[in-house]
Design a binder for this molecule. Structure first.
Ligand code: GDP
Length: 594
């Protein structure tokens, strides 16, 4: 009961009419009638959204509130390697480090403007006369606390980093334009952040615009699984205007708040670990790389190994262009001295000498060449093998369809598939062609991409091939869901159990020079079948087990012989029947579910 004495119910973002009926104890017919009176034609299996369900509930005197979806363990991706390495540190050596924030969102929602606004709102940055360089990351100070921003907006960079298990951000700021709302790339960003186990803060941008509609966007966010805190959810939503520089302090405050909640730690004296933010070759200076130190302290002169490159750090500078001698956790720096251009997302570490670094690189190159030779498609079959090896517990899917009207039934049918041991986890579902970012997400999350009535972009199909990602296209929903179900069934590999079909007793033994011995038998129990296994027993002891090689009745080959009849039996690989032997016929059957 709610406070006003009304019956209340929590509902998900979408629900079938049948399930709604069950939840509120009304007949589906009644619900359909209410919908019809509101001009909505629906059948019992139709999915309606929360708003519609809430109207129906109101008419039935039930108060509906939105169910807050919980983030389940299986929705999460692998923990990045650098985090694992920090976890290896002795907890007593760990101290707080500045949070590393990345900004994601749909195109034109204001990511670049927001990053610039934050950068220039900062006094520390301003002191250098605004000649800050773009090195791919910067820091600001909010109430004496540093915050590091990755300055490379866009999913490509974010996913490329995560694809290598090195996603560097602690917090995602999701920019959503208040006039435009949740768009495809917004949803994609949510999927990326969730899979990377990174908390999301929403910057509700462009609130200065006349057509801004914050409430509508909050509702859309809730539907996408980000329930705003003012609605008792877990997601902080900060209204901002990047253009008018409004709400920026609140956003920074929210970041420090979330940072305090998620134990963002490192050991400044520990093993040096970090990630490449970006790297390029400069004609005058050689390889220039921006690194984010994640643990330990990096010093000028250190020997480092970064992905497939190495070198001694010749020079080190901060994002303001100032020369620095050392850099601790969460500090973005630019270094000179590497022999090759590393890739964004590569991890780096410090070695005792450049000689050691070179040896590590050679070793990696050899392993990489080997891995390329052995590279297998991440197909459903491969997933099945990995499941058997105990490596995967779920089938992750990225689903693209032509229209929303196709997506809903696909997802609801998939959800209906019985998933006991392996879960189907739809990481991302959206309308539109299969794009490069879908493949990247799949690669980063070991997922399979499924398309319904869509094409694969040229660049995406190339990427899928090089990354070994399985892309399956369908034009009939039934085929799609059936395939997935089959795959799951295959993956689930039903437990088999032995079933005894019947027993026969050997009455006499015939010898034939060509085929060996045939047991002349009488079936004393059940049935003897040709396509089955046979166990030969003498005095209660098992002599052998093998396939039935032949089964004959009066010289005719038969499929089965029933109790009370006589027959001739040969068993593969066994030739020593003796009168009185018992032949037990058995097979393996799938264990009934349950
Ligand atoms: P991005 O693609 O997400 O990086 O978006 P941009 O930062 O390039 O911004 C896209 C457009 O929206 C530009 O024309 C910006 O000037 C405009 N814009 C960004 N933030 C705001 C804002 O807070 N208010 C208004 N009115 N316009 C904004």
């Amino acid at each position: 009961m709610s406070e006003n004495g009304k019956k209340s119910v929590e509902l998900p973002v979408s629900i079938t009419i049948r399930d709604l009926g069950e939840k509120i104890g009304s007949s589906p017919i009644q619900i359909i009638k209410i919908l019809m009176s509101n001009g909505v034609m629906a059948n019992i299996n139709q999915i309606i959204d929360f708003d519609t369900a809430a109207i129906v509930c109101a008419e039935l005197g039930v108060e509906a509130t939105l169910e807050i979806p919980e983030l389940k363990e299986e929705d999460l991706g692998e923990i990045p390697l650098w985090r694992k390495l920090i976890e290896d540190e002795d907890p007593k050596n760990l101290t707080k480090r500045p949070p590393v924030v990345t900004i994601l969102g749909h195109v034109d929602h204001g990511k670049t403007t927001l990053l610039d606004a934050i950068r220039h709102s900062d006094v520390a940055g301003g002191e250098f006369g605004g000649i800050t360089q773009h090195i791919g990351a910067y820091q600001v100070v909010h109430k004496d606390r540093k915050i590091t921003f990755l300055d490379t907006p866009g999913h490509a960079a974010f996913t490329a980093m995560r694809a290598r298990g090195a996603q560097g951000a602690d917090i995602v700021v999701l920019v959503v334009a208040a006039n435009d709302g949740v768009m495809p790339q917004t949803k994609e960003a949510i999927a990326h952040a969730k899979a990377a186990r990174v908390p999301i803060i929403v910057a509700l941008n462009k609130i200065d615009r006349d057509d801004a509609n914050p409430d509508r966007v909050k509702k859309q966010l809730a539907d996408a699984g980000l329930v705003p805190d003012e609605w008792d959810g877990d997601t902080i939503v900060v209204p901002v205007s990047a253009k008018m520089k409004l709400g920026l302090e609140d956003l920074l405050e929210a970041i420090t708040l979330v940072a305090d909640n998620c134990k963002i730690l490192a050991n400044p004296k520990g093993k040096v670990i970090g990630t490449v933010i970006e790297a390029k070759i400069d004609k005058a200076r050689g390889v220039v790389a921006t690194l984010l130190v994640q643990n330990g302290t990096l010093h000028q002169g250190d020997a480092v190994v970064v992905g497939l490159s190495h070198g001694n750090i010749k020079a080190m500078s901060g994002f303001l262009g100032e020369k620095i001698e050392e850099a601790g956790p969460s500090t973005p720096i630019q270094i000179l001295g590497l022999n090759e251009v590393p890739q964004a997302g590569d991890l780096f570490q410090v070695t005792d000498s450049d000689k050691e670094a070179r040896m590590i690189v050679n070793d990696r190159k050899e392993k990489l060449a080997e891995a390329k030779l052995n590279k297998k498609q991440a197909s459903l079959e491969d997933l099945f093998n990995r499941f058997q090896a105990g490596e995967v517990r779920e089938l992750r899917l990225i689903i693209k369809a032509d229209v929303q009207g196709s997506l809903d039934p696909i997802i609801s049918t998939l959800n209906d598939i019985d998933q006991k041991e392996i879960k189907i986890n739809v990481l991302h579902a959206e309308t539109g062609n299969i794009s490069e970012s879908d493949i990247m997400l799949a690669s980063a999350s070991n997922a399979i991409v499924v398309g319904f009535n869509v094409d694969v972009d040229g660049s995406a199909s190339k990427l899928a091939e090089s990354e070994g990602i399985s892309v399956r296209l369908y034009d009939i929903i039934y085929r799609l869901t059936e395939d997935i179900e089959k795959a799951l069934k295959g993956m689930l590999e039903p437990e088999k159990q032995e079933v005894i079909l019947g027993k026969a007793q050997v009455l006499t033994v015939f010898s034939f020079s060509k085929v060996g011995k045939i047991a002349g038998c009488k079936v004393i129990e059940g049935t003897i079948r040709r396509n089955a296994q046979m166990r030969v027993m003498r005095n209660g002891e098992v002599l052998t087990e093998g396939e039935v090689a032949s089964l004959r009745r009066e010289k005719e080959n038969v499929r089965e012989v029933r109790e009370g009849f006589e027959c001739g039996i040969r068993v593969k690989g066994f030739n020593d029947f003796v009168e009185g032997d018992i032949l037990e016929c058995f097979t393996f059957e799938e264990k009934a579910a349950g």
